[in-house]
Design a binder for this molecule. Structure first.
Ligand SMILES: Cc1cc2nc3c(=O)[nH]c(=O)nc-3n(C[C@H](O)[C@H](O)[C@H](O)COP(=O)(O)OP(=O)(O)OC[C@H]3O[C@@H](n4cnc5c(N)ncnc54)[C@H](O)[C@@H]3O)c2cc1C
Length: 462
């Protein structure tokens, strides 16, 4: 029986990742007393095993590419190779600085931080190592972990998940990446820049299959140019060890060999054995079911982040955490429009989007009610300076607002911030076209695409 002396709070939050800590920070800001329970490290997947470390690796990859390609710009530099321990030290330095900052922030907001594994014990309590924490409300934010397939054992040695991939101390000679989604494509991009032979295997017909098909095709074209091999529409059928590595078979009868296999087929919720179902929380395949305001069927329990079946992104976790904190503090809140959340794959080139794909827009509004325009970055000065290829594709409702923006190119991720405003403020192409964009910037490509869609193209054929 857990003791509960001095352990009553407005909010008990289980899990200190993006969703949980954002909720804690906002709730404390709103005057709520909060206990945040974390079994591993404050910051969760994003800070320690996800967004931040992978983006540091991708930046190191960009530096390597710049060195290798310097001659194209008339600069004589030599590329001597990758010192993986030094790359890891750089990456860990970034993570540890942010980690310290976050710890300081949690402390400064007077949040009670508890280190330990928690378990939901009732609609208002969580137990951690013999202590019972009681809240007027409980927020579940236990996140997700890498998934595997039946019969595919991740040994952490030759068959890896993303956690293992981040711990490598050397650049592999060759890698097979199973899964052409965001995580798989980002690792493929890093390893190629670092000099590995890379093959991506994807069961669906395209890489980054959730993106607009145009984005997928542009990424595939760029990957082909970079010498990244990929096999799409190929479902995994088995893996065996070879003398030096692994051999992967696919249902289309092909086989692929490499030193390592990275399994990047998605992430599943962390909910097993945590008492959720026992307390009566409605679940769906391990995910906690919530309404549009992240409220479960149990009135005192909310859930956020990768644990609920919404987009598995850190900024979605932040948004949901803030929404819950505000709702529980009695502020007016509105549901998140998940279509309006930007998505970025930080490979080289980057793939970025917000709003609906053209296919989804046609399905939602009818094929005749939707039109699209693709503006090639060939017409964009800054992109030519960077020697990057790609495009901005706009999807709009005929005679209506822009409902999808899809971008591929180096640094495309930075462009999606403006696209997000365009989508979320339901801008008409003509309204964006009338805004003068800076020259020469890649952002100008967004302006030019809207000018073209509004019927007055400048650096494009009309
Ligand atoms: C390789 C990789 C790259 C990624 N890149 C990006 C990116 O660039 N941009 C982006 O937006 N997203 C990215 N993501 C996704 C992002 O990391 C997640 O969406 C985000 O971390 C989800 O936050 P969360 O709080 O729901 O879960 P988590 O971050 O997983 O946090 C959950 C926390 O709960 C703790 N916990 C679990 N069970 C218990 C328990 N019983 N008791 C106490 N604590 C517990 C865990 O230790 C963990 O710290 C990436 C993910 C990966 C794996």
């Amino acid at each position: 029986m857990a003791s509960d002396d001095g352990t009553s709070f407005d909010l008990v939050i289980l899990g200190g990742g993006s969703g949980g800590y954002a909720c804690a920070l906002r709730a404390a800001q709103l005057g709520q007393s909060v206990v945040l329970i974390e079994k591993d490290k404050l910051g969760g997947t994003c800070l320690h095993k996800g967004c931040i470390p992978t983006k540091a690796l991708l930046h190191a990859a960009e530096v390597a590419d710049s060195a290798k390609e310097s001659e194209q710009f008339g600069v004589r530099a030599t590329f001597e190779g990758i010192d993986m321990p030094a790359v890891n030290a750089y990456r860990d330095g970034v993570v540890s600085k942010l980690y310290k900052g976050l710890q300081g922030l949690v402390k400064s907001r007077k949040i009670t931080y508890v280190e330990g594994e928690g378990r939901l014990s009732s609609a208002t309590t969580v137990d951690v190592g013999g202590v019972r924490y009681t809240g007027k409300h409980v927020v579940l934010a236990t996140g997700s972990v890498p998934r595997s397939l039946p019969g595919l054992t991740i040994d952490g040695n030759r068959i890896l998940n993303s956690d293992h991939a981040l711990a490598l101390q050397a650049v592999p000679r060759s890698v097979i990446v199973l899964g052409g989604g965001v995580i798989g494509v980002e690792f493929a991009s890093v390893w190629r820049s670092f000099g590995a032979e890379v093959t991506v295997i994807e069961g669906l017909p395209h890489l980054v299959p959730l993106e607009d098909e145009n984005n997928s095709k542009l990424l595939e074209r760029a990957f082909r140019k970079r010498g990244i091999n990929f096999e799409v529409g190929a479902r995994f059928s088995g893996v065996e060890y070879t003398a030096e590595g692994v051999r992967v078979s696919t249902e289309n009868g092909k086989q692929f060999e490499a030193d390592l296999l990275l399994v990047a087929i998605g992430r599943g919720p962390v909910s097993d054995g945590l008492g959720y179902a026992e307390v009566g929380v409605e679940m769906d395949r391990g995910y906690v079911k919530v309404d549009a305001l992240c409220q479960t069927n149990v009135p005192t329990i909310s859930a956020v982040g990768d644990l609920i079946p919404t987009l598995q992104l850190a900024h979605v976790g932040f948004g949901e955490g803030i929404l819950v904190a505000e709702r529980l503090a009695g502020l007016p809140v509105v549901p998140i429009d998940y279509d309006g959340v930007p998505r970025v794959t930080y490979s080289e080139p980057e793939v970025a989007s917000v709003g609906l794909t053209e296919a989804a827009a046609r399905e939602r509004y009818g094929a005749d009610a939707v039109e699209s325009l693709t503006y090639d970055l060939a017409g964009n000065g800054k992109s030519q300076i960077l020697k990057t290829a790609g495009a901005v594709k706009l999807v709009r409702r005929k005679d209506g607002p822009v409902i999808g923006v899809h971008i591929v190119g180096s640094r495309a991720g930075e462009l999606v911030s403006e696209a997000q405003l365009i989508y979320n403020w339901e801008a008409l192409p003509g309204e964006v076209a009338s805004l003068v964009h800076m020259h020469p910037t890649q952002g100008e490509a967004l302006g030019e695409a809207h000018m073209a869609l509004a019927g007055k193209p400048l650096h494009a054929h009309g």
